[in-house]
Design a protein around this ligand. Sequence first.
Ligand code: GLU
Length: 297
Amino acid sequence: MQHKLPQITGRFAPTPSGPLHFGSLVSAVASYCHVRSNGGQWLLRIEDVDTPRVVKGASEHILHTLQAFGFEWDGPVIYQSRRFPLYEEILQHLISQKYLYRCSCSRKQLNKQNLELGPLGRIYPGSCRNLNLRNPTLSLRLNVESAGTVDFIDAHYGNVELNLPDQVGDVVLKRVDGVYAYHLAVVIDDHEQRVNQIVRGSDLLKVSTLHHYLYRLLAYPVPEYLHIPVVNSASGEKLSKQTGAKGLVIDKASIQLADAAHYLGQEIPRQLTSARPYEILQYMIQHWNPLKIPAAN
Ligand code: GLU
């Protein structure tokens, strides 16, 4: 009997906190070419889980920009802000398994404590872990005490590992203001959408260990990961809306796509830089070689 191979599914998952910038374009191009060159589908998910950070009109702007840059996504666009009941259901499951606990530490209190800085930020010392707090309005933390070292192989960076109790600490999965953490939403959504190929910026490389731990607790199959070196600003910081990255310019789509290709180590014939964005993307898909992505920039 012949077994059908599962469909390869990738995605692009922008946060609508502003317009797409060159760094986002590089992630979009890489995830698009990587999945399309293997005949897979490419989903689009708007990560508006952190509603206070959402900028009005940014989602529409992102969709419009992606279209103008020649991207074609499969199926309907998914919005995290419409999936809170699903996140709550999984959260309740994690609570029932005693993987989470309620925490009353405010950010202000923690800031005063001079906590050790780990690769993912300040390491929460577990002060509320054994207090058995019951107030349902408190935040919820994931207990990583018994997680040990979590590792995985990234298709670009190779082995990645972090000792969660020592280097990360218990992270918040639902904030006191009711907002679900990105870590929770991204793991649930990728699983629910059957995403089995995750391509994104290397700023999320290390945090993927935490996601792997959630995959383990939820008994989800783990996707394949390819992280690409993040695009830095002239001052060496990650290019982001916060570091003043300029939005993409639709009139310059072809040139900016060619720049993204170049950044990813992919060659584009010079005459193609004046072609339509769609054609540049098709060329990139046909000639996509992830081994040419530079080690770092
Ligand atoms: N929403 C995240 C961002 O815009 C990307 C998350 C992901 O690809 O997992 O940076």
